[in-house]
Design a protein around this ligand. Structure first.
Ligand code: PMP
Length: 399
């Protein structure tokens, strides 16, 4: 084959550490604290099998044919119901069905980012979002967060600094509820502040909310979208409440932006999978989906508790971590001087795997942190995984 001359942007697509640890996580005997995979054991599998057979039986060739690129009417209705559970009444003309929320983010980013722009995001940030922004030749300015999410004063400072550098800001990207990786949730007063700052500064907010329905408490949290539907683009997904393999997600945006996002999606994939959309729709219409979400959230809460207890018990003094109120993840910070560089290899040798915190930083910093997912492994394996991790830290420190 003739040597390929890659476009300059090709170098911006690098293998993510998350995908490579994903492969390691599949090795026999490995305990995975790495991937953000939902627990599918609680899915009513026979019922899903019935629904899936029924969609071809009842919808005939339509289920296998090209369909409108916005998404199927019934799927859009089902998404409206899921949005109602989030406290949002969204008109159908604002909803675009996508192949997972990842493609929704790609579409919005494609429409709003020019090369050389600087996207604002929290520190740390979902690694798949960093991949999208990098691929579109944007820089990323990360805004510090604490246990209550983005610090509004730090957001204002970051905006001023980026603007002073002459770079344009296309949007703020945030996972305000049960963040990935942080596990942190933006407090209600800060939600008001962040929405107000962005509106005042003319900066669109992209609110990525795949975990919002997976709350371990009854505390009401209102979306940023509900606060300012004209300035916030909302990204939603069936991945964490139903199935990630289905690849069905959506975005909610003002009608013109929604219509333009459809054009990007048409250019990329024509439209989201029809059987996938039909199955997602049937999950909402024909199962007690809220009960499924409630039950799986109970499972995740038990696992969060088991992980927290194990961290308390097995990690060296001086280690700290976030206590998530929902979702899949916590970020653990090792004490100063801990041997962070060789830790992942030592952990893998001890048959436990996690994602290094540096993956979630545009500048690769925070090597002293790790993202631990408690969504996938049962409680006893979570505890054993943390025991192995604690042993790995201690044995490296003694060398
Ligand atoms: N955003 C965040 C914050 C996520 O954690 C994930 C999944 N890990 C995604 C987007 C992508 O989700 P989907 O499967 O809907 O593409």
């Amino acid at each position: 084959m003739t040597p390929v001359t890659y476009a300059s942007r090709a170098a911006r697509f690098r293998p993510s550490g998350v995908r490579s640890v994903f492969d390691i996580a599949m090795r026999p005997g490995m305990i995975s604290l790495a991937g953000g995979s939902p627990d599918l054991a609680a899915l009513p599998r026979d019922r899903v099998a019935e629904l899936s057979a029924g969609l071809i039986r009842d919808r005939g060739v339509d289920a296998l044919q090209y369909q409108p690129a916005q998404g199927l009417d019934g799927t859009i209705e089902a998404i409206r119901e899921v949005m109602r559970a989030e406290g949002v009444e969204a008109d159908a003309e604002r909803i675009q069905v996508t192949a997972g929320s990842q493609l929704a983010l790609q579409a919005i980013a494609t429409l709003l980012i020019d090369p050389g722009d600087t996207v604002l995001a929290e520190a740390p940030t979902y690694v798949g979002a960093l991949a999208v922004f990098g691929g579109l030749e944007a820089a990323v300015a990360q805004v510090p967060i604490d246990d209550d999410g983005i610090v509004p004063a730090a957001l204002e400072e970051t905006i001023a600094r980026v603007r002073a550098s002459g770079s344009r800001i296309p949007f703020l990207y945030t996972v305000p509820t049960f963040g990935n990786p942080s596990g942190a949730t933006l407090s209600e007063p800060r939600r008001d502040a962040v929405v107000e700052i962005c509106r005042r500064e003319g900066i669109v907010i992209v609110e990525d909310n795949p975990y919002g329905l997976l709350a371990f408490d009854d505390v009401p949290r209102t979306t940023l979208y509900a606060r300012d539907p004209e300035n916030v683009v909302y990204l939603g997904s069936f991945s964490k409440i139903f199935s990630p393999g289905l690849r069905v997600g959506w975005l909610v945006a003002p009608p013109e932006l929604r219509a333009r996002a459809q054009l990007v999606i048409e250019a990329a994939i024509i439209h989201a999978s029809v059987p996938g959309q039909l199955l997602a729709e049937r999950f909402v219409v024909e199962t007690d989906w809220r009960e499924h979400v409630r039950r799986s959230t109970e499972v995740y809460r038990g696992r969060r508790d088991a992980l927290m207890a194990a961290l308390e018990r097995h990690m060296p003094d001086g280690t700290s971590w976030t206590r998530p109120e929902g979702g899949f993840f916590t970020v653990v910070t090792l004490p100063p001087g801990a041997p962070t560089a060789p830790l992942l290899d030592a952990a893998i040798a001890a048959r436990v795997v996690y994602v290094p915190g540096s993956e979630f930083m545009a500048d690769g910093s925070r090597a002293d942190t790790m993202r631990l997912a408690y969504s996938f492994e049962p409680e006893d394996r979570l505890a054993e995984g943390v025991r192995r991790l604690g042993d790995a830290v201690r044995s490296l420190a003694q060398r």
